[in-house]
Ligand binder design. Structure first.
Ligand SMILES: [Zn+2]
Ligand SMILES: [Zn+2]
Length: 358
């Protein structure tokens, strides 16, 4: 075989050329003269490999990664490495010298290629949703038959911002786009429904209450043939608060704690800790508030009775002694509450003890 380029005979041909001519003509790599890198101007996302992603790389490294990705080594080329050098930067366009080293047919080769990279700053889809105020869910914080208290709103604000801070690390849509204070409560507009769900159950865990979800169709995604929903999650806080008194069935109890799944009570008769499910909410009646707790004085004590001053009428009240009240002494200050015309002593050690009126 002879080489058509140099005319040498008896040569092994590579793509129709002798080894020497083939090496001289080899570009080592193929690289487009113009490349584009698309970055989000608002966050650190990069449009790479056909999708927006968080590469956690510097801008220079993203450019280098793009160059490597677009670089195709020639046939017979091996061990190709690239070195990049910025030779000019004009506005958003960077000119680079790409130095390629490698081996072709066992021979070391070096080639240089000058390319330009356009750094395009746009807005990624997630940021564009955020900027436009897009939201998937609304948490409606309300209270039953009463306005929300400022400290309840403060507590909810704190819980929401702390949760969002954690959630946004894995879910870019975990943002609060709007908070609306209304007469009936507060509405929190959240970018992600999943995040809203986690946040609302976090609020319920710490504040109690009843959650209801109502989805509404807001349109249709024609490309996917699916309805688009927006979810309203209402969290209704109870009418009562910690330390208030509830009647349940024929029992009375003081609220020790409000948990996400139940209301913890201390029964005023048995002094035992019990709990009620939020499902029973409509069967619970608040019979006294924590503001109804008064302090009074033990005025006398016999083996069978105890006398206190009624906290509001200032008249002596005789009450049956119970074993739990043996520690009480004349002159002691005690906390009492009057429920349905009965006085109950609430000792300072947080045990609730009952005295029956005589
Ligand atoms: Zn030749
Ligand atoms: Zn972005």
């Amino acid at each position: 075989m002879f080489c058509p380029q140099c005319g040498r005979e008896n040569e092994e041909l590579f793509k129709g050329l002798c080894r020497s001519c083939f090496l001289t003509q080899s570009h080592l790599i193929t690289l487009p003269p113009e490349l584009e890198v698309e970055l989000c101007a608002h966050c650190t996302s990069t449009h790479f490999g056909g999708k927006w992603q968080e590469l956690n790389l510097s801008e220079d490294d993203i450019i280098a990664k793009t160059v490597y990705e677009e670089c195709i080594p020639d046939m017979y080329a091996e061990d190709v490495t690239l070195t990049l050098e910025i030779i000019n930067q004009k506005g958003s366009v960077q000119e680079l010298m790409v130095m390629a080293k490698g081996k072709v047919l066992g021979q070391s080769l070096e080639r240089e290629r000058r390319i330009s990279v356009n750094i395009k700053r746009t807005v990624c889809p997630e940021c564009s949703k955020f900027i436009s105020g897009y939201y998937e869910a609304v948490i409606q914080l309300r209270a039953d038959q009463r306005p929300l208290k400022p400290d309840e709103i403060q507590k909810a604000d704190d819980i929401i911002s702390r949760r969002l801070e954690k959630l946004v690390r894995k879910n870019r849509m975990a943002y609060l786009t709007q908070k609306a204070e209304l007469k009936e409560g507060v509405d929190y507009y959240l970018g992600s429904y999943k995040a809203a769900r986690k946040i609302s159950s976090g609020l319920k865990d710490q504040m109690g209450g009843i959650i209801k979800e109502s989805p509404r169709i807001i349109g249709r995604d024609k490309s996917r043939g699916k309805d688009l929903f927006r979810i309203w999650i209402s969290l209704r806080l109870p009418i009562f608060e910690k330390e208030d008194f509830l009647a349940y069935g024929d029992h009375l109890g003081q609220i020790v704690d409000l948990k996400g799944n139940k209301i913890i009570l201390r029964d005023l008769d048995t002094m035992e800790i019990t709990s009620q499910s939020w499902k029973e909410y409509s069967n619970l009646e608040r019979v006294a508030k924590r503001e109804d707790i008064h302090t009074t004085t033990i005025t006398s004590k016999t083996p069978t009775s105890i006398q206190v001053l009624h906290p509001e009428k200032y008249q002596p009240h005789d009450l049956d002694i119970r074993p739990e009240l043996s520690f009480v002494n004349i002159g002691d200050q005690v906390k009492v509450v009057e429920i349905r015309k009965k006085l109950y002593i609430l000792p300072s050690n947080e045990k609730k003890m009952e005295i029956t009126n005589k």
